[in-house]
Design a protein around this ligand. Sequence first.
Ligand SMILES: [Zn+2]
Length: 584
Amino acid sequence: MKPYRVLLVISDQWKDPASYLIADGGEFQTIVTLFKSWGIPFDILRLDQQVMDPNLFTNMHGNPRYGAILWDADTTGQILPQDFGVLADAVEKKGISFIAIGDRIGEKVVQDVLGIRYQGEHPHSSHVKVSAEGSFLLRGLNSDLDMGGPLLPFKERVQVISEHAQVLAAQGGMPAITERELSKDTRAIWIGGDIQQMFLYPALRTVLRRAVTEAIGYALVKTWTDHVILTMDDMGNAQNSWLEHWHYPTLTQEQIRKHLIEPLRSHHAILSLNIVPGFVDDALRRVVPSWQQQFVDAFGTAQDYISTKRGIDEGVAAGVFELESHGWTHMQPDLTSAPGPWWGSDVNAERSEVGWYREFFDTRRNREIPAAEQMFHLLQSRDWIKDQFGLEPLAFAAGGNAVSLSPANNTWRLAGEAGFGFYGGYLGKDLAIQGLANDTAEFGGSDDVPLVLPAPPDGHDRGITRDPEAFAKVFDLYPGHVFTGLDEYVGYMHASVRMATSPNVGAEKPEPPIIRLDISLDPHYCRALIAKGSSWHLHLSDWLREQIHPGRLKVNGIQTVGAAGEWTIVRFEPGRTENSLELH
Ligand SMILES: [Zn+2]
């Protein structure tokens, strides 16, 4: 059985020479986002820093390390001199399946493996349409594969002729998706398309996901159809007390109960609160815990952060709130020097400048916040929230989305290093994706990525003070949806799924499993899955099912449902960090 791991090969798309931050946009960032979101394990090989070598593709026993190679390498880019014969050997001699996308097929070896010949690339107005009925790759898709994607007057059409591959889809009479059977369990698949936008088309994302199953034979995946993650910013922050154009009374326990907790409860929904645990105390000129504040502000408004805290506690106890980090103070680290001080200033003077109320980019002085200062604020936020609520925040969102972007001061990089698991994109020890500032990927709300939705009416506690009934209307706007939390999304993205090195374990000797996967849940990043359990899809290709006649599944050693079909739902019960899945 092929190992359950994909090698993503790129040329020079990864602009971070240290291979940590992915902020490059384009198909590379999209593919990494998709694979993290699906939970499909992968490594990245960058040909601008590494030379292809047989050892990249095999373990110390000479067996394949990967079930499939995903080829996203433009070999006309800035890459090291490469021997592409190594790639042909990995596919043809080691039996690693091969998937190439878009126009990344310029290399002759790549065309030879795929069984197609590259002719050129020109604009064309036609849609990509299914041409061979009944293929596994395109099963269940509309015959027009452009459905649901952007309507463009034309797209770059990569023009090929097929020599040894089956044409599954075509664009204006030319092959667009091809598949070649190299052996009974090895496939070479080309998903053609305009590399700039092909994955904005939902069908092509689905084809990519199904291609992994077809290439390896099986996949354990997470999909997010009709999943919404509600977020709300700002509870605990100082803007509502001091910034004239963002002025309002902090929510009381009663408001939180009536307008948030009750509707959430009755819809079995979760709201991720991005909260601010530190408050700038004018008299002391230092940061103090937000939730001790009870005063009448300079506008004559009574502020009761103690009541806000009680409301948050109540929602956490009811299981409807998750607490995430919105920074430590939502304020500049330097509130003293010119053009300040902000401390003690008049509400009609410096205090009315929104630039003071941003924490991770100095919007008052138009300069970045140095890395060490940002890191201090990130860790203070984490530690104070933990102290105040007994919960460590897993996701982060910078106040006002004001962030520093230089390599040294990059806010996403620092948040990832601080142990956060999400800020508009995946954050982890392996890499960080600089997600879109508004927390929503351009394909959020699809099968592939949940919709991260600022809670109505405005994604802030402020909106509830103005239009308290607006929040509950979200459940009418998204009927039948699952309102999950950021913690759960982080958990799936961080679950480690790998094929057991020795599937023939212990008492199973008389009848060893055909496939055994070990699913490890990190106690930090995956805590929501450990607490609530997790639910996945085991996806089997037609060719694998024909060859092995799978009969049944064992989840954590206990026999469960049969697995004769293409899809089987696999559920891991709560309370475990190590899980196993066996296919017999
Ligand atoms: Zn904010």
